[in-house]
Design a protein around this ligand. Structure first.
Ligand code: SAM
Length: 272
């Protein structure tokens, strides 16, 4: 067990349990990162049984994050982001992409796994425009009232709200739609919502969903229509909710997508 201390609030964060897999660490293992343990790698291997190219799926997801944050920062002029379910730091984190296009950009990472704070703080040590907050995103009021969110996010100015690779970890009875709407309601017009999530595309997808449910306790792969419904409170931008490689690709994409390329879908919407 590893005890951590959250320097920003003065509160002790919960201990990190190394005997059970964590979503953040399993995802890190899938991406080929080093901040994971045997138990996490075992779950990643289980997923690989049905989805040998799961690492590619993770990187399609990170690539969409990069394209969407670049678009929001460079083209739309968004200067502040709240990254909900941020995960462990990896390559091309939100603040790095955003600050490349606008050095003044501010980012708050929110995750309920304390290991994200432990690793994220080291990365952000020299960056007072970014913070990691340990909080449960299912409590939007508490998240938005957190001192670091209040310090870095000005709710009178457009915000980029990111829910990347996250909503499939919420069961239907946790009211994911209500949670998305609460964040959209809290930000002003001109704000943008970015969502990516696992998509129910067929038997292979359902096998991955079952493995996640068995080992992580969460996994709800939704149809493109269900994912599109999350954008009910905003204007969904072109090309809509699509398989990740098809969202405004930098390079032409082969017509026929592979199972891995279709495993996640995402889109971006603008609050009018
Ligand atoms: N957003 C990153 C990305 O797409 O590359 C990381 C995605 S990772 C698959 C999902 C993250 O959501 C994990 O780090 C997990 O700890 C976090 N998470 C799950 N449930 C959460 C909750 N209720 N509140 C905050 N974070 C949560």
């Amino acid at each position: 067990m590893v005890g951590e201390h959250d320097g920003s609030t003065g509160e002790a964060t919960p201990e990190i349990d190394l005997s059970r897999p964590s979503i953040a660490r399993v995802y890190d293992a899938v991406l080929g990162g080093k901040d994971n343990y045997e138990i996490d790698r075992m779950v990643a291997d289980q997923v690989r049984v049905n989805m040998p190219h799961i690492s590619d799926v993770g990187w399609f997801n990170r690539a969409l994050l990069g394209r969407a944050v670049r678009y929001l920062t460079a083209d739309v002029g968004i200067r502040q982001f709240i990254d909900l379910g941020a995960g462990l730091p990896t390559l091309e984190n939100t603040h790095q992409v955003a600050q490349r296009h606008n050095p003044e950009a501010r980012v708050v990472y929110v995750d309920n796994d304390p290991i994200v704070l432990a690793h994220g703080r080291a990365l952000l040590e020299e960056n007072d425009q970014s913070a990691v907050v340990t909080a449960d995103l299912r409590e939007p009021e508490k998240v938005l009232a957190h001192p670091d969110v209040r310090r870095l996010i000005d709710l009178s100015e457009p915000v980029g709200v990111l829910l990347i690779g996250m909503l499939h970890h919420l069961h239907d009875d946790e009211d994911p739609q209500g949670i998305v709407d609460a964040y959209v309601d809290a930000v002003p017009s001109g704000s943008h919502l970015v969502i990516t999530a696992f998509c129910d595309t067929g038997p292979e997808a359902r096998a991955v969903e079952e493995t996640m449910l068995e080992f992580l306790g969460t996994g709800r792969f939704r149809t493109t229509e269900e994912l599109t419904a999350y954008f009910g409170g905003v204007e969904l931008l072109e090309p809509g909710v699509v398989s990740l490689p098809l969202w405004r690709p930098d390079e032409p994409v082969e017509e026929e997508l592979t199972v891995a390329q279709r495993l996640m879908a995402g889109g971006v919407g603008r609050k009018v």
